[in-house]
Write a protein that binds this ligand. Structure first.
Ligand code: TYM
Length: 344
């Protein structure tokens, strides 16, 4: 049976990276299900969001806002389950069990906690960071909770952006270790599903990914940005002084990122975009990118406005998703408890 799972943190408004790297892929997987027996779960991972300092009221609001945005982007609760992670306690429960079989060395090799600490403490070189640097345990064991999210449902497919590839590898290692330890094929090894636009870069510093946690508003385009904001942000995007438009992520990361965005929104290949615009200057190309982004976000933003007035409906969708997810999660956790000797 094909079981798809993915998650998004309620830590702010989703941006073009989340949208092109993950959400569009979630929508197409949902719409192209091959049979009725498939299961798709998309979770708003609020427990993960606790690893970043957060105001309680903001977290509460952010969760509803993310649910609204996912629905506006085309996630259809008739075809998949959308739910809040904390409403399904089995995520935390399985996470503890996995914690007990994971060497610290596996986690210390993960890069996400290092980049988060680097951002928080403004440290120049990532090489200077080790676990003695004032790191909260939650941020360190974050990938274990993520593995629990995925394995809890015996997921086989996980659509994510490029930055999550490392966590997916870890998840497979954990699944393998568990299966071997208890001599049972409990967990399938989940496949990573990447879209071609696997990594959208920061508009300010294209050596980094576009991220919700960057303090620079101009580095990202949020799905709720007005046409004026989108146009200003793209116009200010860091590019280079080379003439014409060409694709070369290493040498021209800024322009290549814009080409990638244009290609993802229009469905044209990178080559087709380059051919069309090769003789344009940066400003003219930026105008075309702006137009495409605004045009594609407009219907989503209309839908967001509409759903903001229907909070009751959105909450119902989440509750229904959590109820159904709980049923499956409890059943699987029971099986795991039996295997490891907690239940008779
Ligand atoms: P999060 O909330 O940071 O991002 C949600 C999804 O968006 C993708 N993404 C990007 N893709 C391309 N370019 C970017 N600049 C970019 N920024 C973000 C992410 O790869 C992700 O797919 N740890 C996860 C949440 C999570 C999860 C899970 C995912 C928790 N449990 C289980 C899959 C399965 C995260 O922080 O995503």
């Amino acid at each position: 049976k094909r079981i798809t799972f993915s998650g998004i943190q309620p830590t702010g408004i989703p941006h073009l990276g989340n949208y092109l790297g993950a959400i569009t892929s979630w929508v197409s997987l949902q719409n192209n299900q091959s049979s009725e027996s498939e299961l798709i779960l998309y979770s708003i991972v609020d427990l993960h969001a606790l690893t970043i300092p957060k105001d309680a009221e903001m977290l509460r609001k952010s969760k509803i806002e993310i649910a609204i945005i996912l629905l506006a982007c085309g996630i259809n609760p008739k075809k998949c389950l959308i739910f809040e992670q904390s409403k399904v306690p089995a995520h935390s429960e399985l996470s503890w069990i996995l914690n007990c079989i994971i060497p610290i060395g596996w986690l210390s090799r993960m890069t996400q906690w290092k980049t988060k600490i680097q951002e928080q403490k403004n440290i120049q070189s990532i090489e200077d960071i080790d676990i003695s640097i004032g790191l909260d345990l939650g941020l360190f064991t974050y990938p274990v909770l993520q593995a629990a999210d995925i394995l809890l449902y015996k997921s086989t497919h996980v659509p994510v952006g490029d930055d999550q590839v490392q966590h997916l590898e870890l998840t497979r290692n954990i699944a393998e270790k568990f299966n071997k330890l208890y001599k049972k094929n409990v967990f399938p090894l989940p496949q990573t599903i990447l879209v071609p636009a696997k990594r959208i870069l920061s508009l300010k510093d294209p050596s980094k990914k576009m991220s919700k946690s960057s303090p620079f508003e101009y580095s990202r385009i949020n799905l709720t940005d007005s046409p004026k904001e989108i146009s200003q942000k793209i116009n200010r995007a860091t590019t280079d002084s080379q003439k014409g438009i060409s694709y070369s992520p290493d040498i021209r990361p800024g322009i290549s990122n814009l080409i990638n965005i244009y290609s993802s929104f229009t469905g044209l290949t990178i080559e087709q975009v380059v051919n069309k615009y090769k003789n344009y200057d940066n400003k003219m190309f930026k105008d075309s990118v702006t137009e495409v982004v605004i045009q594609h976000l407009q219907p989503i933003q209309k839908e967001i406005e509409k759903l903001r007035k229907e909070e009751g409906y959105v909450k119902n969708v989440l509750e229904d998703g959590a109820n159904k997810a709980n049923e499956i999660a409890k059943r699987n956790l029971n099986e795991i408890y039996k295997i490891i000797g907690l239940y008779h």
